[in-house]
Design a binder for this molecule. Structure first.
Ligand SMILES: Cc1cc2nc3c(=O)[nH]c(=O)nc-3n(C[C@H](O)[C@H](O)[C@H](O)COP(=O)(O)OP(=O)(O)OC[C@H]3O[C@@H](n4cnc5c(N)ncnc54)[C@H](O)[C@@H]3O)c2cc1C
Length: 337
């Protein structure tokens, strides 16, 4: 098989657990590899991760190149970038994917720069296709799709002349496959070829701040926009979320105005969610918001403007004052419960 077509995913681990974004990327990589007729590979670094890595097979990973060293237990930029670069040079995949997380955003540009190849940040879609420049046609090229110019256009970016094509993808954007426990992964141990001098930083202590809100995992989200941003209406949205056993989300201006914390923000620069039910309260439905919630299974929109773009996406629309509607919904659900 032609190695240069393989799709490789950088496996992030935090607290000795593989990050969800890596499983989402493996699911996306499986789809791309199927189109390319190639394999899904992964590169993992850490310490005592072997048991955890076995689960990568369930998500379609066929081989993982694993460097085990106590010094790699916690992420540090230079040792990680050097190790990943070495593995890519050795196994020559055609595509390499990173999560657009703090870790991915730190390490991916270092690797791209060392390999002198392109990197597209924050992709929202990845496809395999053809690209023509003048007389040359590049086939089976990675089409790296992402919003550009403030979300006003969707750009397709290609880098067919530099191998591998590299991209970062935000958490929650790629749909995770259902795990198949019958699928296994081959774990290939790789030596740790890093000098002590490469460890430029020393980790003295790790302080973890637990997330108060887990929007990504929520099955029901009640989301407040600027039309529901006064304290009383936000309180009602929060109460409805509680009554329904869901979480409170919001649009970006609600965060920018300091009303709610960023961890509540849904959208292109917030969190991508796929709940069973999304109730958009006083949200106009601009493209940047829709980018984060359009794949909700059911969408209810409450807006006083019947022309609001959110209604084009909603399965059920309620035209009215959000405060009145929320009050009635809370009463109805409480009575039903
Ligand atoms: C690069 C970039 C990234 C962005 N990323 C994000 C992102 O991640 N997430 C995001 O949400 N936005 C994002 N935005 C901002 C986005 O473009 C919109 O400005 C934003 O989504 C609008 O928020 P909103 O719908 O709450 O407010 P508005 O657009 O002000 O809409 C308020 C809505 O409430 C309705 N309303 C008002 N009063 C009532 C009432 N009493 N009852 C019922 N309805 C009422 C109005 O009719 C209106 O439709 C981004 C923008 C840029 C340029």
């Amino acid at each position: 098989m032609d190695n240069q077509k393989n799709v490789m995913v950088f496996i992030e681990s935090r607290n000795s657990k593989v990050a969800e974004v890596s499983l989402e990327l493996l699911s996306a990589a499986s789809r791309l590899a199927q189109e390319l007729g190639s394999s899904v590979e992964a590169v993992a670094l850490g310490h005592n991760l072997e048991e955890e890595l076995k689960a990568l097979g369930h998500y379609g990973c066929q081989r993982v190149y694993y460097t085990d060293d106590e010094r790699l237990s916690h992420f540090t930029s230079v040792p990680y970038a050097k190790t990943i670069t070495r593995i890519i040079k050795q196994y020559k995949p055609g595509v390499v994917l990173f999560g657009a997380t703090t870790m991915g955003r730190d390490v991916a540009p270092r690797v791209a720069s060392a390999l002198k190849c392109g990197l597209t940040a924050d992709c929202t879609d990845l496809q395999i296709g053809e690209h023509k420049i003048k007389e040359i046609t590049y086939e089976n090229t990675l089409l790296q799709i992402r919003p550009a110019f403030g979300g006003n256009i969707v750009a397709t970016i290609v880098s067919p002349e530099s191998v591998p094509s590299m991209a970062t993808v935000r958490e929650g954007v790629m749909k995770m496959n259902l795990p198949d426990p019958d699928k296994t992964v081959e774990i290939i141990q790789e030596p740790c070829v890093i000098d002590e001098d490469d460890f430029l930083t020393e980790i003295l202590d790790i302080v973890r701040e637990e997330k108060q809100v887990n929007l990504k995992a929520a099955q029901i989200i009640v989301s407040a926009g600027m039309g529901a941003s006064d304290p009383e209406t936000i309180g009602l949205a929060k109460e409805l979320a509680k009554v329904l056993g869901g979480e409170l989300g919001c649009s970006r201006p609600v965060v920018d105005s300091g009303i709610l914390d960023k961890e509540h923000q849904v959208g292109q620069t917030g969190i991508t969610v796929r709940p069973n039910l999304y109730i958009a309260c006083g949200i106009s439905g601009q493209i940047q918001h829709r980018a984060g919630m359009s794949e909700a299974k059911r969408i209810i929109a409450i807006n006083k403007d019947p022309q609001a773009p959110i209604f084009a996406l909603a399965h059920y629309g309620i035209v009215g004052d959000v405060k009145d509607v929320l009050g009635k919904m809370i009463k109805a659900y409480k009575t039903k419960a």
